[in-house]
Structures are given as structure tokens and as C-alpha cells.
Design a protein around this ligand. Sequence first.
Ligand code: AHR
Length: 591
Amino acid sequence: MLYGLMTEEINFSYDGGIYPELVRDRAIGHGWGALTHWTMVARGNSAVTISEDETTGPSEALPRSIKVSVTSATEAAPAGLQNDGYWGIPVRPQATYTGSFYAKSDSPSLPVTVSLVNDETGVAAATATIAGVTSEWKQYSFTLKTGELPVTANNHLILTIPRPATLWLNLVSLFPPTYQARPLGNRIDLMEKLAAMHPKFLRLPGGNYLEGNHISERFDWKTTIGPWVDRPTHPGAWGYRSSDGMGLLEFLEWCEDLKIEPVLAVYAGYSMAQEHVEPGPALKPYIEDALDEIEYVTGGPETKWGAERIRNGHAAPFPLHYVEVGNEDWFDRSGSYDGRFAQYFKAIKQRYPQLQVIATAKVKSVTPDVLDEHFYMSAQESLTDAGHYDKADRKGPKIFVGEWATREAEPTPNLEAALGDAAWMTGMERNADLIVMACYAPLFVNVNPGGMQWATDLIGYDVLSSYGSPSYWAQVLFGKYLGTEAVAATLTNAGSRVFVSATRNEKRRKLFVKVVNATSDEAPLSIALEGIGQVKRDAMLITLSGKTPNATNSITHPDAVVPVEHRIEVAGPKFEEKFAPYSINVLELSY
Ligand code: AHR
């Protein structure tokens, strides 16, 4: 379980990121600037205005809509509106896009034409027409198929009508092909990058995103399940509203697609504007919500919330071993976490004794199974503190390093940061008896202007492509080449900027030795494998390195710093190897 993923709605990670909805602000509601990315379209002499209508919407959760008032339009000169997506809408050749919208109209059987149109040329890549929108709110579906055309990012989605009428719209949606073709699933390139990290778990749904700035803005999981039309959306913690398309079930399916398990963080009665719920009777409804959430994840058809999950489209329960109570509750200045945690801990253990319960701050009244500790460090701090857990107390709870990163450069870390990360990971591997899980944060950043709220994020992307930072590649190496147990590894006379860890997989007869050289010089090392008997001659050395600590990857130069594999020969259990300046290395040895 050592390495996993930490996720939250930050830097447009879900909307505009791994949740590949192409229409920005698909849900319309009062006061959240939902029309910012919607503009009028009037061809020829047609005329149209668009506004937010507070009097009609498709559901109780979404009681408002966009009112499209067309006063003049013809087949040849239609009118309507367009959406510009998340910094563009990507169009690829021979691709099928699935779309839908909720609509009603004051004109019987109103046809609505939907097109994906190039910003520069005005040429439609694909078009579909929905025959008859009626006077009752209803969902309409369509498909857009592209032919042979170049890959482009600068496109928009247009909806038009061919005659004067009023059209009300909400939840206009367009999805590209998704990872493993899951209907309404995740973005393919980002999921592939995550899979390459060989993660074991996904910590969800955040981070600050779990808590929200105010209690009313927490991740209230019950409002994130079921049809979109029943999801009211909510303000996220990082300055923009979440569509809640990435709801609880979508998180779980994300885990399923990567064959990993969730580490479920439940809201624990504290939000970041120093709002908290007093332990005792006031906290009970929140604890009930958490127990219901666990039941939604793990329950069978005989349970209320297990049955709800099945109604939402997922028959099988999900595996769950760890539940985390809150996030960074050391920020709660009221001192209420001890009482809150104890109340959650008892309630969860009583109903689900098999679960491991994680605390997010030190508590006294009960002993948590696991304590979540966070570290955001400079490169120097990561190197200096790489032995942080070497002498840590083994009598207390196990440790979950639930957020950590070396923070150098933005929007994504450079090689200097990756070296700090790798040094820090050697420390985690050495102490894997204590550290049960660890995950880097944040995972994602949309690199477009305005996309980033937190500098130094593992994977960067725009609407078309993505890249892994040097720190991402360090994660890939440490996650991919990992044994099932740590073995002792010591360095002598190598200086304070060289680091080592070793793990082995006894079944596969593999030994993985990781060497981090954070110096500007080559590090020639004599390696002695003790207690292993023979080692096979053919081995592999995988190296991530660069000429300077500033070396990095970017959206325009995605592959400047990537791992390189070399086949090497080792003479026996004692051999010499040279490690490049500024390098992160894995020796894969067979025995
Ligand atoms: O990872 C970014 C933020 O850092 C998380 O939301 C929060 O838990 C931490 O303070």
C-alpha cells in the first residue's frame, strides 16, 4: 500500500482536468457567474439575447436556467449560444463525442442544432440536430462524430435554433472518448499517467476540498450522487465552483479503473474559516452521514445506501480498509478535534470494526490506527530531513504521509525538487514498517493562465495534452520498482547528498536498490549485497537525470527529463556502479 494518489478539486483537477466534461459551467445557477463561458451566436440577420432565468430550471437542485431569446432567425441564419470550454475544446479525428442537455421551449417541436466549431475557421467538425424540444423540461442526447481533420484545441460548442422562439437550457454536456471507454468516465491521457505510477490507493475527495471554507461548502457527498440534475453543485475551496460531476461514485469508479482502493476521507465537522461543530449531539448528524457514506461504498443490496449505489449503477461494493476523519485538523484553533475524532472513531469502529481509522492531527482521548502527517518542503529541507522517520516512535499509531511534496518551481516541479522527493522517498521506504501509505500532493494542474491555485503540482496539462514533471517520474520509478519488504541499506562515506533504500520481492526474486545522487558530481559506489547469495549477471539500471537542477518538463517540452533504462552486468554480490550527477536511480537485480 505504500504509494498512492492524493486528489482534490484544485488547479482545475476535476472540472477542466481528469473529469473530461468539455462544456465549462454546464450547470446554471444564480450568483456563480455561470454565464461567463456562454456567449450569444447570431448568424446573418438573426437576433438573440441570453440571460440567466431564475424562475425555471430542470429540477429542485437546479431551479434556474439559461434563457435564449431568439427574436429573428432562419434555417440559413440561425441563432443561439456557444460555450468556449476549459481554455478551448479539443477536437480529434475519427472521434465520437457524447452529449446531452436539458431543455424546454415556448415553440412546439423546436429543433436544436449542436455543432463543434473551430474558433479560427468557423468550420464545424461535427453537427447533430435534435428534432423537437417541447414545453416540458426534458433531457435530450446527441452524438457528434468527427471525420478526417487535424487535432485542434481551439474549438467551441454551438447550440442554435432556426426560428424565433425562447429556449431554456441547463446541463449542456459534451464528453470525449474516456479511459477504458467507461461511459462518462475519466480523461484518457491523465489516467494512463496515473496507471504508470503503479499506485495502490486514491485519497479522496481532498484536502481542503473535503472541508470547504464554510460548513455549508463541505464535500456533502449525498449531493454528489445520482443523476446530474439532482446535484446542486457547490463552491469549492479553491475559488471556483465544482460541477460535482466527479461525485462519490465517480471517485470510486476512478479507483476501480486503476484497480486501486479508496482511502475515504469523511467530513469531520470542521471547515477552514474556523467553523466547527461541537462534539456531542450537534456532531451526530455528520457522523451519521459518514457512516452512510461508508455503507454507500461497501454495503450490499440489503442496506439502504448500498441499494442506493446499486440504483446509481454500481452493483458490486468497493473494497475499503481506511477511513480518514477530516483533513489537517491541526488548523482548528478551537481544540475540538480530540472530541470530534473520538466520537467518529467510536461510531466507525462500532459499526465497522474491520476499518482502520486515520486521524489528521494528534489526539489524546483515543489511539487512532493511523496518523496522517503532511510535509511541504524546499529541496534543501527534503534532503536534510530524508531521515525524518528513522528514529520515530514505533509504539504509537502507524503513519500515513497523506500529503507531501518538495516545492521548487511552478506550475510543476523541476529536477531539484524531484531529487528532494526521491531522497525523501528513500526515507519512507526505509521506514515502511511505520509508514503504511504515502501520497504526493497536489496531483494535477491545468497550466492555462488562471488554472493554477497552488504552485508545484505533479502533472500538468491543457485541453489537448499532458506531461509528467521530473517529480512525477520520480514517483513512477519509486512506485514501479518496489518490493514487498524493505531491507536494510546503509551508505558509508558517500556524503550527505547521496541517499539509498532497498526493497525486495522474495517471490519474484527481485531486489530494487534506489540511489539518489543530489550532487553535481558522478557518484562511484562500491555496492555489497549481504545475505543474498548469488545475484544474476543481467541487471537493469534506470536513471532519471539532467544537466542542472533546474532541468524540467513543460507542456511544450514534455520529455526533457525522463527515465532512461540501461542493461548492465553485475559481477556478483559485490560490484561497482557509477551514478550520474543530479540523478535518481533504480538498480533492478535478480537473484
Ligand atoms: O495540497 C494542497 C492543500 O494543502 C490541501 O488542500 C491541504 O490539505 C493542504 O494544506
